[in-house]
Write a protein that binds this ligand. Structure first.
Ligand SMILES: [Zn+2]
Length: 323
């Protein structure tokens, strides 16, 4: 069963809002675009692995996606954790493109793409570190750790994987996501001792889910040009900013597209960039709405929680606002 789903990361949502609203004449926009591209590729790789994992029979195991667990004043992150009654399995997925050359002797992964060589941290070593942190977490929660296995999934089907030193660990632990169904069963042959009851499995999952702290980066720390971010409602058809609200509909000044709900995206962007609270005045200013009664009507039509009264009233996202 899936014990914890993979959610669309808040970090990517924030970066999307920033990139959408970044002033065009600011050269730093490219920096955020690059980061967003990298994060999206990573997420896509994780989803690819999820797809293949869910093809195999997972009725007897608990799968936890995307864990970020605090330990010793820092956090450790696990892309995918599989809990069985015999062993635990950590899988880290990488969506790197190009030629990937594993050189474990120096804990290096070299990526060659368009004749450019880059060095990445050794992903096998990363999963080993995660395993030792997970072990410490279990001991702290009075659970005797079963064996913890680790794998590295390469999700980009275009990537060329090379293991020039014929390292056994690399050929054992690195695999293509599409091969998940054949990579996991051998661990059941290796670990035959029944170590955890079904209740223990549930307890481990419960403790980890409870401790999980999702990463929510703070735009305040990103040195953004806050007062120059692009305002207005974006047209979902042509992506131009500047839709006008007339007779219950947003109309694009550029392409003429009409829609009723384009203000939700604009308000999401505001919350993601400026924090989770907005006044009616800020709402009118950011969405470029002239009429205060229109603003009120739009605000009350969305899943928001209001605080305070009259002029001091502010609105925050409701429970399902970002769904
Ligand atoms: Zn348009």
């Amino acid at each position: 069963m899936i014990g914890k789903k993979r959610e669309y990361p808040k970090e990517i949502m924030i970066l999307e809002a920033i990139v959408r609203r970044f002033p065009l004449d600011d050269f730093r926009k490219a920096e955020f675009e690059k980061k967003l591209y990298r994060k999206r590729a990573g997420y896509k790789g994780e989803k690819t692995l999820d797809y293949y994992l869910e093809q195999i029979d997972h009725s007897e195991m608990v799968i936890l996606y995307d864990l970020r667990i605090p330990i010793n004043r820092t956090h450790f992150q696990i892309d995918t954790l599989i809990i069985t009654t015999y062993f635990l399995l950590i899988i880290d997925s990488k969506n790197y493109a190009g030629t990937l050359i594993f050189l474990p002797e120096f804990n290096q992964l070299i990526r060659v793409q368009n004749e450019i060589e880059e060095v990445f941290p050794d992903p096998i070593l990363q999963t080993k570190i995660q395993a030792s942190q997970l072990k410490a977490f279990l001991i702290k929660h009075h659970i005797t750790p079963p064996p913890i296995e680790n794998l590295v999934a390469i999700s980009n089907s275009q990537a060329i994987i090379k293991n020039p030193t014929n390292d056994k660990e690399v050929s054992y632990r690195v695999f293509r996501s599409a091969n998940a169904a054949f990579k996991i069963p051998p661990f059941y042959q290796k670990h035959t001792q029944f170590l955890l009851s079904k209740n223990d499995v549930k307890k481990i999952a419960r403790n980890l889910i409870k401790a999980h702290e999702p990463l929510v980066p703070d735009p305040e720390s990103m040195n953004l040009p806050f007062d120059k971010m692009v305002k207005g409602v974006q047209c979902p058809a042509c992506e131009a900013f500047g839709m006008d609200y007339r007779q219950g509909k947003w109309t694009c000044n550029k392409c003429g597209h009409k829609t009723a709900v384009a203000h939700t995206q604009a308000l999401r962007d505001f919350f993601l960039i400026y924090g989770a609270s907005i006044t009616s005045k800020q709402f009118r200013d950011f969405l470029k709405i002239k009429s205060s009664s229109t603003a009120k009507r739009l605000l009350s039509s969305m899943d928001l929680v209001s605080l305070g009264s009259n002029k001091g009233r502010s609105y925050s996202p409701g429970k399902n606002f970002f769904d």
